[in-house]
Every structure is written in C-alpha cells, then in structure tokens.
Design a protein around this ligand. Structure first.
Ligand code: ADP
Ligand code: ZN
Ligand code: ZN
Length: 745
C-alpha cells in the first residue's frame, strides 16, 4: 500500500463515451491516492460538461504531469473499481482498435463493456436464495408439522430435494412459500444460502449424443487444428455446405474442454439457429453462454461475468463477443467468416473477424475461420500461405452436393416470375413428397408502386429510393430509413385509382405459390414473417412436420438451417449481382447462391438447384454452375489484383453527410485538397463522389476513397485526415465517419 502511494501518479487520462478523439486529464485526489492504486482499465466518475454534471469514464493512463495548468484540472469524483475492469489483453485490443479504425477511443472502450457496466453498475452477479435441509430437518418427520400446512409441504419438498436444494424456481413450481421457509429456518430445520443467479439455471438436461465417426477429410482437419492449439495461427476451414464443418468444431472444442480451456464461437447476426445451439447442448456437459443482441442488460452482465470468471467454457456470440473478457481462452472459431454482419456498419466500424485475429495474436492462441464460401480476403491469405487452408470437399454422411442447372428465361412467358419449366420441376418434386425452397432476396410484396395514368412512383420522402409495397401490413415501407406510411390507393399526382405494382417480393411470391399449389403448405421466412420471438422456431417446426412443402424466403434461408427434405432449390433471380456497381457484388451473389443452394439435398436424397437467369452464358454464372464457388473466387481475385482493389490494396473510405445538398461534397473536396500535399506515390485518392443512394434518412452522402498497397502510409494519412475533419466540422452540421477496410462503397 505504501508502495502504491509512492508510485501513484497525480494525474489520469480518462476516456469518456463521447464521439471525440481526445482523452481528458483529471487529478487524483490525495485521499483516493492514499487508499487505492489507480490503474488503466478502472472506471471513474468525473465532472464533465456544464454545471455539476458527471460522466463515467475509463482510466487510459496515469501520468506524472499534464499539459494543462494544475489549477484548471478537475479532480476525479469517485473510483468505481478496485481493480481494472478490463484485462490487460482486452485493454490493449481496444486501444489498438481505436488506432486502427481511427475511432474515438472512449466509444471503443465503452463498446467493449456491457451496458450496465457503462452505466457504472458493479460487476457482480445477482444472487438468489436457495433453501437446504439441516441435519435436524432431516431427522424431523413432516407429519409432526401437520398443524402448519405450508411448512409441512415445504419440509417434505426439502427432504425430497435434499441433494440439490430448493431453488427459487422450484419454489414457484411447487407452490411453496418463503414465509414457510422462514418459519422452518427459525425452528432450525432448513437453512438458506445466497447463490449466483445464473449458476442455478439447469442447462444439462439434454441427452448427450455419441458423435459420428469422422470421414478422412474431417479427421485430417481436426488433427491439424489440434496440432496448432498452443500458439497463434489461423486456419481456414473451407468446406462445402454440409461437409461437416460444425462436426469438426465440436471435436476440437471437446479436446480443448478437456484441457479446461474456453472456446469462443462467433456466429453471424442471425446465424445462430436453435438447431445449431441444440447440437452444442447435445454434445457437451458444460455451460454454454450465448451473447447476442436480444438480451437484457442484466442477462448480458451475468453472461459477461460467467465468461470472465471462467465458469462458462463455451461462448457462442455475435460480433461484439470479440470483446468478451475470458479467463482461459484457448481458441476462437468464426463460423461463416464471409458474413458481412461481422462488420459493424455504423459508429465504430470494426470487423469482428479481423479483431478476433488480432486478439488471438496477442493471446497466442489459434483462430479457426470456417465457411463454404470464404471471403476473397481470407482466400487471398490462404493462397499466400498466411492461413492454413483446410479443405472439406465431400459432404458428410451419404449426402451429395446438389446439381446446379441454369433456367434460361429469355423469351419465356413467365408466371409471376416463374418459368413454366421451373414450375414443372417444382410439381414433380412435390409429387415425390419432397420440399422446394424458393429464394428471392427481396422482402415485401413488390419493390415499386406506380400510377398507370401519369407514371408517378411512390418514393421515400427522406431517401432517394422507391418505397416497397407491403400488402398484408397495408403499408409502404422504406427499407433504407425504416419510415413507412399507409398504402395508397389513389395517385397523389393525378388522383387516378389505377395504381399497380412492378416486380415481386417474397410476400407476393408466397401468395402466387399458394394459388398455384393449393394443397401444399407454403411457408415464408424473411424479416417480416419472423418478427415475433418464436416465429422462426414455429415455421421450422412446420417444415419438419410436413413431407411436402414450399419454403419461400430471403437470405435468412441461407444461414445455417438444415432442412433434410428439401431437394429442389429455385433461385428466382440469379442475375442480381452480375452488373452491380459495387466490386463486391459478384462475390456476395456467388456466396448467397452457393449457400442457398447448399440447403438442397442435405440428407440421402440428391438435390437440384435451378438458377433462373437472362444471362445463362455469362462467364460468372457458367463458372458457378460448372466449377463452383472456388473457381469463381480465383477468377475474381485475379481481377481484383489487376484493378488494384482489396484485398490487394488497402482501402479507407471517408464518409460525410449533411442535410444541405452540397455541404458534404464540399467538405470532402476541401479535405482532398488538404491531403494532396501529403500523398506518397503509392497512394490513390478517388472522389469525392456521391453515394449510390445519395440521400438517405434526409442526409446527403458523399464519399472519399483512399487506397494504397501499404497500410502504414495510409494510416498516417488517415490520422491527419481525422484531425482535419474534427477541426473542420466543429461548427457545422456535417457528420463524418472513417471506414477502414469498408465493405460498402
Ligand atoms: P456444415 O457445418 O459443413 O454445413 P454439418 O457439420 O452441419 O456441416 O454436417 C452436415 C450434416 O452431416 C449434419 O447433419 C451432421 O450431423 C452430419 N455429419 C457431420 N459429420 C458427419 C460424419 N462424419 N458422419 C455422418 N454424419 C455427419
Ligand atoms: Zn397518377
Ligand atoms: Zn427512406
């Protein structure tokens, strides 16, 4: 303690949860310094802003002096933690991320904390009261309490549950009262104990399954991954859909659990299906903790603590779980590593896969990336031997990869988007009592509402896009800013009532299929049909109940589901990404098509995939059908290299938006000017140019694109740019964002 006092610096730099790149200096009051050793990673309460307002901040650094005059520096009001709330490793990860993504350091640190800790709550479990039988209670017969009915019932129950005790949950189920418990406690027949709430939840109720025998590819992959387990390294498990990647995870996890290590399994935003969770529960006799966006603050904190204290061995989480503190992490698995939801698209725009790799590097543990359609970035790393490339090319068990066929739409008369050919194949499939999956990545009834008399089109008031018609909800909905209004039946321009829709969405296709296949259940899976909490589970249950069925859906269908009786997949519009203005358009479409196609024929029956296209001879469509995703990706990578695009060039996009049309563009033009003298030869600046959808939610958006094959130079330039932007946007209403390694252009 004396030592601590002697070495305690008088000042701290504190990060606050504000969108500013600065930290703030505060004094450590003597009284505090005497009793505590203040270190980076501890939370403090500090005066901030006008009047006597306070904020919660995180100590970033302690310092022996400050650039400010001592008299001007305010003291810390309170210290909230006895020891750092973030481990050194996580602290360093956040600090690194703030630098790498050029994001305000306070927002980064606060993003890493659960909400309740951001608000200053203590990192403690909730406790609850359990009741146990005493020796005296054991020796007492319940009959002797027959005059106190409730106490008698309680004692009986306590005797029955002597081994594990009575949890509050059990009290409710058995209709026992706390009053009775307290009465018995006075008589010395039962005693109470405070237990951590979360530990008392029963999670081991499932029958454990015997794992299948691995095939040769799976066994080899498992062995290789296990051989890497004691140091940093990245393996790319590149396995076709249904090749048994998950089974490989389970084996590797099993081995790590035996060494008492924790495993973090990251999944895409909506990738965690109840089916996946069940597979984990069926296999392991240990607590599995989930971290996702649908949790209450309290649930989140409990999970956080379980993991931090090493109680939970398996953590399954979405993007933000990359910041979870662990006690003894042994491996990070990133399932569907190509998924765009790993990148945060607003605010702190980090990529969870890339941060996970950084984290694993500092903790000297391996990372396993898995996908049937790896991102071009990861494939490039595998090609350059930075990642170990593990391929699974056979389907597990006796399933076979589905056959891809093109359906030429040219000159065909279509029935609401379906060719006669496609419909016939659907009929045949259903007659065999098998299921059909129809994929259309557009929800709603139709993407456009138009007037027959004057050509008016329903557009969003706040964005440069058309409104989508949602017939069942009787609404026009903007899929970009989420605003909606009632569905119109007369034209606001010419008052004609002849309004009609153009194009199809899943809601319309569902209706059409209901008419065409009247005796077959048609089930829709998209964001609209699964809004209610248990809706998805109910729909998947129905799918498993029926032999014949048609599933219609958006990309939600592509993720992780296992529908064993689907043998035909129809891709309604395979041309979507062919002519995209985004250089990632083709990569995304190929991933989606391959993933959706992979839903077909996952059991012993062979699957077929029909790609409806107007461009059956397009090289990309041909390549995908005949050679598959990897061949297409190799072509794509060659092209990216020729065009100096990622992953061969590093890219940073600076986004600006303003309500007034010209402001954002002018700001970026001025920035370009300011940067021009700092450019090194290997750098390119493109723009500023307007975003593809210029106006979104009332903001006009402009972009400046910076590229270089060298990260280092680019980062110094961005550091300069972010200072410049902070200075030059102080007094106007232009917002800017720095997007490092952007996925959207
Ligand atoms: P992926 O994750 O690559 O899509 P899964 O691990 O989900 O593949 O495996 C697909 C199906 O094959 C699952 O039903 C799984 O239980 C089964 N499976 C996996 N490995 C084997 C194996 N070695 N033998 C038999 N069935 C297997
Ligand atoms: Zn009109
Ligand atoms: Zn809008």
């Amino acid at each position: 303690m004396v030592d601590a006092l002697l070495t305690q610096d008088p000042y701290v730099k504190v990060a606050l949860n504000v969108p500013l790149r600065a930290t703030y200096d505060y004094k450590i009051p003597k009284a505090l310094a005497y009793r505590h050793h203040i270190r980076p990673g501890m939370r403090v309460k500090v005066p901030f802003g006008k009047g006597d307002r306070h904020s919660i901040g995180l100590v970033i650094e302690t310092c022996s002096n400050s650039d400010y005059d001592d008299a001007q520096i305010k003291p810390i009001t309170a210290l909230l933690d006895e020891s750092p709330i973030l481990s050194k490793e996580l602290f360093d990860l956040c600090a690194w991320a703030a630098r790498y993504y050029h994001h305000p350091v306070g927002e980064v640190f606060f993003h890493a904390l659960p909400t309740s800790l951001r608000k200053g709550e203590r990192p403690e479990f909730r406790t609850e009261t359990w009741w146990f039988l005493t020796a005296e209670g054991k020796a007492t017969t319940a009959e002797s309490l027959k005059n106190a009915k409730q106490q008698k019932a309680f004692l009986e129950a306590a005797q029955q549950h002597e081994e594990h005790g009575l949890s509050p949950h059990l009290l409710t189920v058995l209709e026992l009262t706390t009053a009775a418990a307290k009465g018995l406690e006075k008589k010395g027949l039962v005693r109470s104990e405070q237990r951590n709430f979360i530990k008392s939840v029963e999670t081991h109720a499932h029958q454990k399954q015997v794992p299948p025998t691995l095939n040769l590819e799976q066994a080899a992959a498992t062995k290789t991954i296990l051989a890497m387990r004691n140091e940093f390294g990245v393996a790319l498990l590149d396995g076709i859909t249904g090749s048994g990647k998950t089974e490989v995870f389970l084996r590797v996890i099993d081995a790590l659990l035996k060494e008492d290590k924790q495993v973090l399994v990251m999944v895409p935003e909506i990738g965690l299906t109840p089916q996946t969770l069940r597979r984990f529960e069926n296999r392991f006799n240990t607590d599995i903790v989930l971290m996702h966006s649908n949790m209450t603050d309290r649930e989140r904190l409990d999970a956080w603590l379980m993991i931090e204290q090493g109680e939970a061995k398996i953590i399954i989480g979405t993007r933000s779980s990359v910041f979870i503190p662990t006690a003894n992490l042994g491996l990070i698995i990133i399932d569907e590593e190509h998924d765009a939801s790993y990148k945060q698209h607003e605010g702190f725009r980090y990529h969870a896969r890339d941060l996970a790799i950084k984290r694993a590097h500092t903790q000297n543990i391996p990372v396993l990336l898995a996908s049937a359609t790896p991102s071009y970035e990861s494939l490039a790393n595998a090609l350059q031997k930075r990642y170990l490339w593990l391929k699974l090319r056979q389907r597990a068990g006796d399933a076979e990869l589905p056959q891809m066929e093109r359906v030429d739409l040219r000159g065909q008369s279509l029935k609401q988007g379906f060719s006669e050919n496609t419909l016939e194949r659907m009929r045949q499939t259903l007659e065999r009592k098998e299921q059909v999956l129809v994929f259309l990545n557009r929800r709603g009834y139709a993407p456009t509402l138009m007037c027959h008399q004057c050509g008016w089109i329903a557009a969003c008031d706040h964005c440069d896009v058309n409104l989508t018609v949602h017939k069942r909800a009787n609404k026009l909905h903007c899929h970009h800013c989420d605003s909606h209004k009632a569905l119109l039946h007369t034209c606001p321009e010419c008052h004609s009532t002849e309004l009609f829709t153009v194009g199809e969405g899943t809601e319309q296709v569902e209706g059409v299929l209901n008419q065409l296949f009247q005796h077959t259940p048609v089930l829709r899976i998209d964001r609209d049909s699964t809004q209610r909490k248990s809706a998805l589970t109910q729909i998947t249950q129905k799918i498993h109940e029926h032999d014949q069925a048609i599933l219609v859906g958006t990309q939600m269908l592509a993720k992780g589901h296992h529908f064993p009786n689907v043998t035909l997949v129809v891709i309604m519009d395979a041309d979507v990404g062919l002519f995209s203005s985004d250089f990632r358009g083709m990569e995304r479409t190929a991933q989606l098509i391959t993933q959706v196609a992979g839903r077909a024929g996952r059991s012993s029956k062979r699957g077929h995939v029909l790609l409806q296209t107007y461009h059956p001879d397009h090289t990309a469509i041909q390549c995908l059908c005949q050679q598959g995703y990897e061949a297409l990706a190799m072509d794509g990578l060659r092209e990216r290299q020729q065009l100096s695009l990622p992953p061969f060039y590093h890219q940073v996009i600076i986004r600006a938006e303003s309500q007034r049309e010209q402001y954002a563009m002018e700001l970026l033009m001025a920035l370009r000017q300011a940067l021009s003298i700092h450019l090194s030869e290997d750098m390119q600046i493109v723009g500023p140019y307007a975003a593809i959808i210029v106006r979104k939610a009332g903001q006009h958006r402009a972009l400046l694109n910076l590229k270089s094959p060298q990260r280092g130079n680019l980062h110094s330039l961005i550091a300069y740019a972010s200072n410049w932007l902070e200075l030059n946007t102080k007094n106007n209403r232009i917002r800017f964002a720095i997007d490092v390694d952007p996925l959207e252009t």
